[in-house]
Design a protein around this ligand. Structure first.
Ligand code: ATP
Ligand code: MG
Length: 263
């Protein structure tokens, strides 16, 4: 459904955020993208949603196709209209606005009033926490609830693909579980999901497929089950005791990864 082929992304004149990255996301999948700090995960998401330009970045090589259609040069609005919704890093909830206003903002791109109303109703039914607090300021929700709101806002455009960038960052274990359940529900409703995570255990727990990015390169792609069992992945990302096996790449990136992920 989503095919990223040989993608190279740059910021400004020098920084290569991704190099020759290829990822295939089949329809109905939950694809987990895991990797350390600065590996290029958010850049991949921005490239797909056409939002690299907001960050002074650009695709310099490679292609992204969605249902066989090349997304090169399309505006973020167009890509959203085609059915790809991006829930960015840091949630970007409008804290001063109500839950309802935040959700409506997510549906602003939808031309048909009937579709907007139906989408809103569906989200209210699916996430009672949002329905109960619809008239409260979004800034009063807990971090986990804000993440559910961000996902709900993304669903307002009735996407076929949802890109989730670090949805569990900073959440308590209980809220992490809740977000994981939400991802499963969204996928069960027919939405293909790409989830970028620092929490590899969560991501590989909900995913069908997984991809490991190190320093801009996709170094491993396999089923989520195979990655969960992989000694390298366990050692680097899941805090396992496995101490044999080869590193995925050179040591420095792995050390950087461990520093961030062992917290
Ligand atoms: N707006 C920007 N301008 C310049 N360089 C950037 C910009 N955004 C990201 N980069 C660089 O591109 C590389 C990849 O960054 P990216 O944000 O994609 O990584 P990430 O895997 O999402 O990291 P994190 O886990 O910290 O969110 C890093 O070297 C980063 O410093
Ligand atoms: Mg990121």
């Amino acid at each position: 459904m989503l095919q990223i082929t040989g993608l190279t992304v740059k910021y400004g004149v020098g920084v290569h955020a991704l190099q020759d990255a290829s990822v295939d996301v089949p329809e109905g999948a939950v694809a987990a993208v895991i990797g350390g700090n600065g590996a290029g995960k958010s850049s991949l998401m921005r490239a797909i949603s056409g939002t690299l330009g907001f960050h002074a970045g650009r695709v310099v090589e490679g292609s992204i196709t969605y249902d066989g259609r090349n997304l090169a040069g399309l505006s973020p609005q167009k890509i959203l209209r085609l059915g790809i919704a991006h829930v960015p890093e840091g949630r970007r909830i409008l804290g001063e606005m109500t839950v309802l206003e935040n959700l409506r903002a997510g549906g602003a791109i939808v031309r048909s009033t009937r579709k907007r109303v139906n989408a809103l109703q569906e989200i209210m039914d699916r996430f009672p926490i949002l329905a109960e607090r619809r008239n409260q300021r979004a800034g009063l929700l807990s971090g986990g609830e804000q993440q559910i709101l961000a996902i709900g806002r993304g669903l307002m455009s009735s996407p076929k693909v949802m890109l989730l960038d670090e949805p569990t960052l900073g959440l308590s274990p209980q809220m992490v579980e809740r977000v994981a359940d939400t991802i499963r529900e969204v996928n069960a409703s027919g939405v293909t999901v790409v989830v970028v995570e620092q929490n590899a255990a969560m991501a590989l727990g909900v995913a069908t497929d997984g991809h490991v990015i190190e320093r801009g390169r996709v170094v491993l792609s396999d089923s989520a089950a195979a990655l969960r069992d992989s000694p390298d992945v366990r050692r680097l990302f899941l805090g396992g005791d496995v101490d044999e096996g080869l590193g995925l790449d050179a040591a420095p990136a792995s050390l950087a990864t461990l520093t961030r992920w062992s917290a």
